[in-house]
Design a protein around this ligand. Structure first.
Ligand code: GLV
Ligand code: GLV
Length: 320
């Protein structure tokens, strides 16, 4: 009997096709909305494996109710949406999608950094509002990227890929991480500094840390007050690494210059989110890895992880 795999979002049939002789797929019917909790719980009961999205809470309750699962393949590199301890306890393998999304996410990080520093969204809006009157010396003047200092918090794969881009832009590179990375220091002339030094010396503070107990609300009032008044904060990791009220206040009062945010503590946000009222914030709807090529590779990696678990030498990219 073929293992049953529940997929929490409608995925293209073309990607599933070649796996159908090995698995029986059950799939939520919509591409743009999450499966309701009751349906997720009910469908999972029959399943041997789960292919889920970053927006699905695979928490202790879920994993206890569905302890028969063999594998949870998360269609994301981050896995803070999954209770690893309960998965381990129930001997459920968890996989994520590293590597395939590294360059795409680094591109988005840099795009957000550039859009924020050069005020691209505001500038585009000026034309849409028919407000381009003239050329004038400081009209929509932003701030330079070249020759500035970038401080990368979380020098993993994506942080490293961002650092390579920063080097190409002639930036000085500081980083803070759990471990020093001597190879990166040599390749990119990046300098390891403590968190406080990174905050005080960087023109761009970029968060690429995973969300853990240690990084939750790492960027709080205290952190924003240590940053330069000209600093731009970029977050492409997880919303909850930021204390959002503190960031709002820092942006509103000019404690820092601007922010570019791809992630939020509670997603999705709506137009009435306080950030949206500020001109010095760019908000994106969690699109870090969203290129067509990369999203396809991520889904393929999830399917390959599941295939290799049941029929091969074990999952390709297990989390533990
Ligand atoms: C998306 O946020 C991911 O972790 O891949
Ligand atoms: C995630 O891929 C990271 O290591 O940054």
């Amino acid at each position: 009997k073929k293992p049953i795999i529940y997929i929490t979002r409608k995925l293209p049939e073309s990607l599933l096709q070649s796996y159908k002789e090995y698995f029986e797929f059950h799939m939520w019917k919509e591409e743009e909305s999450s499966v309701p909790r009751e349906i997720l719980l009910k469908e999972s009961k029959m399943a041997d494996g789960l292919l889920c999205m970053v927006s699905d809470a695979i928490d202790a309750h879920y994993l206890t109710q569905n302890s028969q699962l063999k594998i949870v393949a998360n269609n994301a590199v981050g896995y803070d949406n999954i209770d690893l301890q309960t998965a381990k306890k129930n001997e459920i393998t968890v996989t994520n999608t590293p590597d395939v999304l590294t360059e795409t996410t680094a591109d988005l990080t840099f795009a957000l950094l550039m859009a924020t520093s050069r005020r691209l969204i505001e500038a585009n809006q000026v034309i849409r509002d028919n407000q381009w009157k003239n050329w004038s010396p400081y009209f929509l003047a932003g701030t330079d990227i070249y020759n500035k200092t970038i401080g990368i918090v979380g020098m993993g794969r994506i942080g490293t890929a961002v650092a390579r881009r920063a080097k190409g832009f002639g930036m000085r590179i500081l980083y803070h991480n759990r471990r020093k990375n001597p190879e990166i220091e040599k390749e990119l002339q990046a300098t390891y500094v403590d968190f406080r030094t990174l905050l005080t010396e960087s023109d761009f503070v970029v968060s690429l840390v995973p969300l853990t107990k240690e990084t939750k609300h790492l960027f709080n009032k205290n952190a924003f007050h240590q940053m330069k008044q000209e600093a731009i904060f970029i977050n492409v990791s997880r919303g909850a690494v930021v204390q959002e009220d503190d960031l709002f206040e820092a942006l509103n009062k000019g404690v820092i210059r601007a922010a570019g945010l791809d992630v939020f503590e509670t997603e999705p946000i709506t137009a009435d989110h306080p950030y949206v009222s500020l001109d010095n914030v760019i908000c994106l709807p969690h699109i870090g890895s969203a290129s067509e090529e990369t999203r396809t590779k991520m889904i393929q990696l999830c399917l390959d992880n599941i295939y290799q678990y049941f029929y091969g030498d074990g999952p390709i990219t297990p989390v533990f």
